[in-house]
Write a protein that binds this ligand. Structure first.
Ligand SMILES: Cc1ncc(COP(=O)(O)O)c(C=O)c1O
Length: 396
């Protein structure tokens, strides 16, 4: 079956954060929205069909998670990631960001250290600080444009921390941690009895030629430790463009950890979810394979086109290759602008709305994050506009 990702979808007026939140975030609506991490593509037809069928039932009462929802998740991860998830390990959660918070509350005491690896998706910071845990920063190291984990520092920090929040594929730098890197993390975590929360929300958005390793598959090397100390957050939300529906899962092999997480979710009264989220979760994980395969071909072409365009027309901006996600991490430091001026330049002169790198931590100074989950025509128009603005700036 063919899916046409070139078809534009009118998102303005749908109360979309990405489109209708522009005035609030950028101070103008006159920017191409390439920020918030959702895509401009229509969801898989299987999702729409399932939603319409559910909507045809006229009552939207409190809803259980049917067994088929759990089985759809198990089937997906077995099929796509060769990971066998036991039914009992699954804890349904509203979103992954709530789960970052829940893990801080459940697994670290107030004041205890939680390690995060900036530049990183900003709720990793706020989950720790909002819960009065201590933020321990283990910045990634950029080696020739490729980001790596600073294992020596991680080892030193692990002695005084309780929880490590990993992100793979990593938002915003686009790395997919290799098996060797994950084994390195597990070795340190085991030695210092850290709990590891791996946020794998982008796990399905990995480019051809790259293998994403679910940490839970490293059974042969760290099976026992994974069953006691590792939690993985997964969701169909990024994969199938349904993040507004707000349903995810935590994979938690340790029964004591499950109990602790249930306690947090019950305390906040967020253990249930709504019938539409549950319906789409199951439909996407059961029938979304072909759509995702086509999407990744389209995104790969978007990525390649962008990198080629930059190399040819905007060499002042550097864009390292990404292994996963639809988020490009643009090194704009050669433009020699302060972060406020850089943001302003992209809004006012390029008319493209992106996330300033600085919001992902100090390491993001001079960077911008661009969402390429849009039609190729939109993407090209944005880059033509950036190219013109950069050229006229350098002529000034
Ligand atoms: C790494 C990562 N985790 C979590 C989220 C958001 O998760 P949710 O919408 O389920 O809270 C995002 C969204 O961009 C993300 O990039």
């Amino acid at each position: 079956m063919e899916f046409d990702f070139d078809i534009p979808v009118q998102r303005e007026g749908s109360h979309s954060v990405k489109f209708d939140g522009r005035q609030q975030y950028f101070g103008t609506t006159d920017v191409a929205p390439m920020w918030v991490a959702d895509m401009d593509f229509a969801v898989p037809p299987c999702v729409t069909r399932a939603l319409l069928a559910r909507a045809a039932h006229p009552v939207f009462g409190y809803t259980l998670y049917p067994e088929s929802v759990y089985q759809s998740l198990i089937g997906w991860f077995q099929r796509r990631h060769h990971w066998h998830i036991e039914r009992d390990w699954i804890v349904m959660a509203p979103g992954v960001v709530p789960s970052l918070h829940a893990c801080c509350l459940a697994f670290a005491e107030a004041g205890e250290g939680v390690i995060v690896q900036p530049p990183v998706y900003f709720p990793f910071f706020s989950a720790v600080t909002n819960t009065q845990r201590q933020l321990v920063l283990n910045p990634l190291q950029c080696v020739d444009g490729r980001y790596e984990i600073n294992f020596a520092q991680l080892e030193a920090q692990a002695k005084h921390a309780r929880l490590l929040m990993l992100c793979t594929p990593h938002n915003p730098v686009g790395r997919v941690w290799s098996k060797a890197e994950l084994l390195g993390v597990l070795r340190i975590a085991k030695e210092h009895n850290l709990i590891v929360l791996s946020d794998d929300i982008h796990a399905d958005l990995v480019y051809p030629g790259v293998t994403h390793t679910m940490i839970g598959t490293l059974e042969a090397e760290f099976g026992e430790f994974i069953r006691t100390n590792v939690i993985t957050a997964v969701a169909p939300s990024k994969t199938f463009n349904i993040p507004g529906l707000g349903l995810s899962s935590l994979i938690v092999p340790n029964p004591d950890h499950r109990k602790a997480l249930h306690k947090v979710f019950e305390l906040l009264h967020v253990s249930n979810n709504n019938p539409f989220s549950i319906t789409t979760f199951e439909a996407a994980y059961s029938e979304g394979d072909q759509w995702l395969d086509s999407l990744m071909i389209y995104l790969e072409q978007n990525k390649t086109m962008t990198r080629e365009f930059i190399a040819e027309h905007v060499p002042q901006i550097r864009c390292a290759d990404i292994e996963g996600t639809y988020l490009l991490w643009l090194d704009c430091s050669a433009l020699q602008l302060s972060d406020a001026a850089l943001r302003d330049f992209f809004i006012r002169e390029c008319k493209v709305g992106m996330n300033p790198g600085i919001v992902f931590g100090e390491e993001g100074r001079g960077f911008m994050r661009m969402n390429i989950g849009t039609t190729r025509a939109n993407l090209l128009a944005a880059w033509q506009s950036i190219s013109q603005a950069v050229s006229s700036r350098s002529r000034r």
